[in-house]
Design a protein around this ligand. Structure first.
Ligand code: ZN
Length: 374
């Protein structure tokens, strides 16, 4: 009887529309901002003189009206509920072409703002008037169509190689072999998802750390991911950890790790300032700041993706910082320690195809969720 009285749960997590506004950006771009309480899962449809934004699992909010810039392309905005989907129609002064992915951003909440879906577009060039595209940014693993935009370039770096085995587990597993295997799988999967992926090494060879960073520069990479596995004197220690570059290590353990990873090229973490001074000079302080910010954002998203995949995390903060030589470049990126080869059970796990696939899927998700243009 008690069960009969239970209400049916309509939505696990229903999103709410918070606000809508437009503005005009340099280059005569109209910017449409749709603010929602939760991360939006969206789909765009292009019709003559209309752009329809379908938000999954979202309720209409008739208490708000769009704030529109008079000089923008948007004349009016309407909301219509269609089942679980909220359809927002932007009525346009002129038709628009499919918006490239680089002109679509989902911003995290900050200050007084919630999540914001930001769409930048210009008038004209319209053969795709009835084309529909789905750029879904939510947890749903729908295909991401990136055909309209430039392919983002990812450089995946398998740590160590050749004469440098990296760390070695008690069972004889070598770091260089594990990370190469994961790197290859990752390239296949990223390419299948519309990215252009390059490996710093695709076989068992030794590469200097600076050369790895240089490959990211040469390829004009949008993101650099360096793959490693850990060893710790404590054999009980396990789990993944994620690092970004900083001159100073965030803790003693991070410093030791950077020393170990830099040891391949005998680069100490002290005296790091002189190293790659050319890179420092090449970058304005603003750019340096932007690269650090973007790296941090990627690393945080990556930690989130790993946790969501239930991959064991090493105790401590989601993202740590240390002066890793391999991250010293103008390309945003992170160094991922995928797990501990010094831990017997994790050493076994890291060798299995199933666990490597799980790691690869989590990294692919982190790349897909990363905001390349912000
Ligand atoms: Zn390593």
């Amino acid at each position: 009887m008690a069960f009969a009285a239970m209400p049916r749960v309509a939505f696990a997590a229903r999103n709410t529309l918070r606000s809508m506004r437009t503005g005009v950006q340099p280059g005569n771009k109209t910017r449409l901002v749709i603010e929602t309480a939760l991360r939006p899962s969206y789909n765009l449809t292009y019709l003559p003189n209309q752009l329809i934004i379908s938000l999954a699992n979202t309720g209409a909010n008739n208490g708000i009206s769009a704030s529109l810039a008079s000089s923008g392309l948007v004349k009016s905005v309407t909301q219509a509920q269609s089942g679980d989907t909220l359809k927002i129609t932007a009525n346009l002064k002129q038709s628009i072409a499919q918006i490239p992915k680089s002109q679509i951003m989902v911003l995290e909440p900050n200050g007084d703002n919630d999540y914001r879906l930001v769409l930048d577009f210009v008038a004209g060039a319209n053969n795709a008037s009835t084309a529909s595209s789905s750029y879904t940014t939510s947890t749903a693993s729908t295909t991401t169509a990136i055909t309209a935009a430039r392919k983002y370039v990812i450089v995946v770096d398998a740590g160590h190689g050749g004469k440098d085995p990296g760390c070695i587990g008690k069972g004889g597993t070598r770091e260089k072999d594990i990370v190469l295997s994961v790197a290859r799988k990752l390239k296949t999967k990223l390419d299948a998802n519309g990215f252009k992926t390059h490996l710093t090494r695709s076989d068992d060879r030794y590469l200097k750390l600076a050369d790895r960073a240089a490959i990211a520069e040469k390829r004009k990479a949008d993101l650099f991911i360096s793959l490693h596995a850990n060893a710790n004197p404590s054999r009980a220690m396990k789990g993944f950890s994620i690092y970004t570059l900083s001159e100073k290590a965030s803790d003693e353990e991070a410093k030791k790790l950077a020393e170990a990873e830099n040891a391949a090229d005998k680069i100490g973490v002290e005296g790091f300032t002189e190293f790659e001074e050319n890179i420092r000079i090449a970058l304005s302080s603003l750019q340096q700041h932007a690269v650090a910010e973007m790296s941090e954002e990627y690393a945080n998203g990556c930690a989130k993706a790993f946790k969501r995949a239930s991959i064991t995390q090493q105790a401590g903060p989601d993202v740590r910082h240390a002066p890793f030589a391999v991250l010293r470049s103008t390309v945003p990126g992170a160094l991922l320690e995928l797990g501990h080869l010094s831990n017997a059970s994790e050493e076994k796990l890291l060798k299995t195809a199933a666990h490597q696939d799980k790691l690869v899927d989590a990294i692919v998700r982190s790349v897909k969720n990363y905001n390349f243009e912000v």
